[in-house]
Design a protein around this ligand. Structure first.
Ligand SMILES: *Cc1c(COP(=O)(O)O)cnc(C)c1O
Length: 393
């Protein structure tokens, strides 16, 4: 071969004896074939074969397989965001005329997708009270094809009764899915509780370092896997092997990160609850919170995100107290090593009176807990002193 060809065609080097613990980042758009015949027959490689970089590389397959094992599923697909993990499920199973049921506590862009994307295309949605449990049966008619759940709910942290919803759905032949981002499969396994789809924003705890965006959907049925892969191929979705390598690295430390963040978060939640009115601290492992009994029954742990309802008397003081925080940063997209505070407002369809003011979402990272508490204490003081004044007035 001549020099310019040698620049392009690399010589083969031996991999013999190279047993690294690192995950190779396999990049590819093109996949090459040994023969014209192999190329002509590439579609027979099936959804697990390699045909094109967009549809999978050994790096993405390694991440898929890791998540499949943790979720106790059969296959996992990877998509570019946690939001896409939800929308790809909806797009894969819903047709014009169908209806999806979503909880009022869902990650807010889910309702936005239903209202602004699905509804104009003839797919309906109905919003239900996350505490509905078996009562979901009242909302079901022959158009309902999917029941979506998220447990605990975003910001308001209600724990849903997944087995009760699954029982109703199975009896009516309706598919079910669960956004499992908060618990991760370390603390809850939606597929083992009968759900058909378990999605995660890998952006949060799996990535764990606030530097990647990705979503996963795990299933235990090969036909549902094919339907997800078909949708992704039609739309042209895939993920970068670099991001998969970062997610695989994040996954290695997720167990210790979750254990630490979960312990500090629960300790803080209890400390805060002892100083403010009951019901203001929204953490699934507090007996005062809706769904606590279900959490205790179905979950094996709690991660590091919880919320505090800011009463009206502390609203005005809050912005300055957040800005003054030294260790916490202010921002959304939790689950990383940096602790975050995010003032949220919610709007509810099923009960518009649910927490009308600000809810402070707290994500505990890996900083020293004394530094974190020093930031929280003035906020808790502002809440607690308001109650003292209200009582004496
Ligand atoms: C953040 C989040 C998502 C969306 O994840 P992105 O990767 O940011 O799109 C979905 N569900 C839940 C519960 C989340 O917290």
């Amino acid at each position: 071969m001549r020099d310019k060809t040698l620049c392009v065609k690399r010589p083969e080097v031996s991999h013999e004896g190279f047993a690294s613990l690192a995950i190779p980042t396999y990049r590819a758009s093109t996949i090459v074939f040994d023969s014209a015949e192999a190329y002509a027959n590439r579609k027979y490689r099936g959804p697990d074969g390699y045909t094109y970089g967009l549809h999978g590389t050994p790096t993405s397959r390694t991440l898929e397989a890791s998540i499949t094992a943790l979720e106790q599923g059969l296959r996992t697909v990877l998509v570019p965001s946690g939001q896409a993990a939800i929308t790809i499920v909806f797009l894969s199973v819903l047709m014009p005329g169908d209806t999806v049921l979503i909880p009022d506590s869902a990650y807010p862009p889910v309702a936005g997708f239903c209202e602004n994307y699905l509804k104009p295309r003839g797919i309906s949605f109905r919003v239900y009270d996350p505490m509905i449990g078996r009562g979901i049966t009242e909302l079901i008619d022959e158009t309902v094809k999917l029941i979506w759940t998220e447990t605990p709910g975003s910001t308001t942290m209600e724990i849903q009764n997944i087995p009760a919803i699954v029982a109703v759905a199975k009896a009516r032949g309706i598919l079910t899915g669960c956004d499992n981002t908060w618990a991760t499969p370390l603390y809850f396994k939606p597929l083992a509780h009968g759900m058909d789809f378990s999605s995660m924003a890998l952006t949060k705890y799996v990535g764990g370092h606030s530097d990647l965006l990705m979503g996963s959907i795990a299933v235990k049925d090969i036909d549902l896997h094919r339907r997800l892969k078909d949708t992704m191929r039609m739309i042209g979705l895939g993920v970068s092997p670099d991001d998969c390598a970062l997610a695989l690295r994040g996954l290695e430390t997720m167990g210790v990160r979750l254990a630490h963040s979960g312990r500090v978060a629960l300790d803080f939640a209890r400390r805060i609850e002892s100083r403010v009115a009951r019901g203001l601290v929204l953490h699934p492992a507090l007996p005062s919170v809706p769904g606590y009994e279900v959490w205790k029954r179905d979950f094996t742990g709690a991660s590091g995100v919880f919320s505090v309802v800011i009463p009206a008397h502390a609203e005005d003081a809050l912005p300055a107290l957040l800005t003054a925080a030294k260790t916490f940063s202010i921002g959304a997209s939790w689950g990383g090593t940096h602790s975050l505070l995010a003032p949220m407002t919610i709007s509810r369809v099923t009960d518009p009176d649910t927490h009308p003011g600000t809810i402070l979402r707290i994500s505990i990272g890996l900083e020293d807990e004394a530094d974190l508490w020093a930031d929280l204490e003035p906020i808790i003081d502002a809440i607690a002193s308001g109650f003292a004044t209200a009582k004496t007035a």
